[in-house]
Design a protein around this ligand. Structure first.
Ligand code: IPM
Ligand code: MN
Length: 384
């Protein structure tokens, strides 16, 4: 018999353990129902608590340990709350969140996928009726760019202090993220056709396509990487004549995400710009409580990908059982679908979980339920 697929569960801080608890209950229900060859191990790190007792957020060999797993399911990192506890152990964000960046870099999770689709039942923040049709996939470059963490401070603490923070963009990483964007656009169009819900996007030469990739840069001010991205985009687009292309400057993109978000399909952005755009996109799809996120390494099957919702540790509501586990559960569904590359039964389980979470959302009608109640409703759906 083939080996089990193994998941490293890292609940982290704040609401992380609460929402991860519901993800585990759903995984248990799916495993029992379909006899899935799936197992998981829970890690007490990375976390604030681990830092408090060990002086570091995770052990030195953390990445080596995690490498033995097929995927990492992460809750949230950062201030664990509750915020009215003045004596709680606090760390600078740059320290408590560093493991997230270490995992992305260490496992070369070069794609960050953040879908933003306004599903029935999710809160519609925009008044325009057409906002119901929001359905985009933001693909964030996740390996370099503004996040290379190179630079430093000179003459620290003096009036002549200088801080430098470098941005690094390589042609290889640019090509791979743009090509990935086009491939996803094609796959999404094929999925839509199967579901009978086509969309159309105009090309510059007046044709219409079933899908689109919009590249976002700030090439009017940040010319060097902006021009390289633009050239790579033009070249790679030739391989995908069936996909419409579009470009927006990041500031205008923010405006259009609010003004006409239904006009976007796949969006490709740099690490920092993608980070900012995906908080906005999360709100367009109903808020942080429903927004999934995946850090993927599509090239190396031996390198675990990491699945964590877009939201953080939410110290203001931590420990009260109030966090909405929907984003975590959508993220878990995507993890299973991703692991379907190794075991097709997991892809089917991922779809089942996604559909159960979506059905629960559609029926929730915005009612107030706590973390456990939402998790239970979804587990019951799976078991029924
Ligand atoms: C995210 C977060 C992280 C990021 C932070 C916590 C370092 O905002 O996953 O979007 O900027 O990537
Ligand atoms: Mn972010």
């Amino acid at each position: 018999m083939a080996d089990n697929i193994r998941i490293a569960v890292t609940p982290g801080d704040g609401v992380g353990p609460e929402v991860v608890g519901e993800a585990i209950r759903c995984l248990e229900a799916l495993r029992a129902k379909h006899d899935l060859a799936l197992e998981w191990t829970r890690f007490p790190w990375p976390s604030h608590a681990w830092h408090e007792s060990n002086g570091e957020s995770m052990p030195e060999d953390a990445l080596e340990q995690l490498k033995a797993y097929d995927a990492i399911l992460l809750g949230a990192l950062g201030d664990p709350g509750p915020i009215d506890d003045k004596n709680r152990y606090l760390l600078p964000d740059s320290i408590s969140l560093a493991p997230l960046l270490d995992m992305r870099k260490g496992f070369d999770q070069w794609v960050c996928e953040r879908p933003a689709r306004l599903l029935p039942g999710a809160r519609q923040y925009l008044a325009d009726e057409r906002a119901r049709d929001i359905d985009m996939l933001v693909i964030r470059e996740n390996s370099e760019g503004e996040y290379v963490s190179q630079g430093g401070r000179l003459r620290k603490g003096t009036p002549d202090e200088i801080a430098t923070q470098m941005e690094v963009f390589t042609r290889k990483a640019t090509d791979r993220i743009i090509r990935y964007g086009f491939e996803q656009a094609r796959l999404r169009a094929a999925e839509r056709v199967k579901e009978g819900r086509t969309r159309s996007f105009r090309t510059l030469d007046g044709r219409t396509c079933e899908s689109q990739v919009c590249l976002i840069t700030k090439r009017n001010a940040l010319r060097h990487w902006g021009d390289m991205y633009t050239e790579a985009f033009e070249e790679i687009s030739q391989e995908f004549p069936d996909v419409a292309i579009h470009h927006e400057l990041v500031d205008a993109a923010c405006m259009k995400f609010v003004q006409c978000p239904w006009a976007f399909d796949v969006v490709v952005a740099s690490n920092l710009q993608g980070d900012i755009l995906t908080d906005l996109a999360a709100v367009l799809s109903g808020g942080m409580g429903v927004a999934p996120s995946c850090n993927l390494n599509p090239t190396d099957p031996d390198s675990p990908s990491m699945f964590e919702p877009t939201h953080g540790s939410a110290p203001d509501i931590a420990g009260q059982g109030l966090a909405d586990p929907t984003a975590m559960l959508f993220t878990t569904a995507r993890m299973l679908e991703w692991l379907g590359r190794k075991d097709p039964a997991l892809a089917a389980a991922g779809k089942e979980l996604h559909d159960a979470v979506a059905a629960d959302l559609a029926e929730s009608k915005g009612g107030q339920r706590n973390t456990r109640e939402i998790g239970t409703a979804i587990c019951d759906r799976i078991a029924s």
